[in-house]
Write a protein of this length. Sequence first.
Length: 283
Amino acid sequence: MVTGDNKITAIAIAKECGILYDGEEDEQCVCMEGPEFNTFVGGLKNKVTGESIIIMGKEGDREVIGNMKNMITVRNKLKVLARSRPNDKYILVKGLRDYGDIVAVTGDGTNDAPALKKGDVGFAMKTGTQVAHNAADIIIQDDNFASIVRACMWGRNVYDNIRRFLQFQLSVNVVALITSFLGSCILWESPLAAIQLLWVNMIMDSLASLALATETPNDNLLSRPPYRKREYIISRKMMKHILIQSMFQSVVLFAIIFGAPSFFPEGVEGPGNQIAANGLTKS
């Protein structure tokens, strides 16, 4: 919790909110004030000249935390930052992002604008200043912190649904490509006609869209850490599932195609009978 209130008030509110527990306020780096925090982490420096930076955000990528080792200590222990100034909020967000964390910032005042703009996601309250609204990414219309939790939950749910949709779509498309290509090479014609491919595409789009629209969020979505910014939307686990499912479905389909005479002794018309009658030669 980052606030401009004095330390005693901030500690009392933090305990009431469940952020801080009795006795923790006496531990080192758990409860700090803005000037103390700034001195401890070494402020913000110019990476080239080493000079202190007064106007935050002006020098872009050349901004670095003065003492990143102490910043990591603060990152692991800090729970309450009282009497914080705009520069202190900015340095805290900058340090967390430099460490690799995903940072969301909430605020409603003009002093919160630099931190709101610096964070990965900025939440501004509806009753906040216009400066805060301009710096934020999302504006909470009811000024309720619970709405921020719901926004995070729905955002993660939508992202997960998109991943499920892609996994389903790619699995079916890979199987269709393998079946059409290998079938054409071996049987001299695709086992799937153009109209059949259109039917497959229509059915898989309908089922995937239905699953995407009906999946609702749950509280378990909030118990995991956020995804990294540079993480691919198709993860290694998804790729493994796509490949395994594609191989399994392809084996089943080719078993049906090449084993059609055994499955249907009375005979069926199609490329499966050609290979039974003429081997691998073109009919």
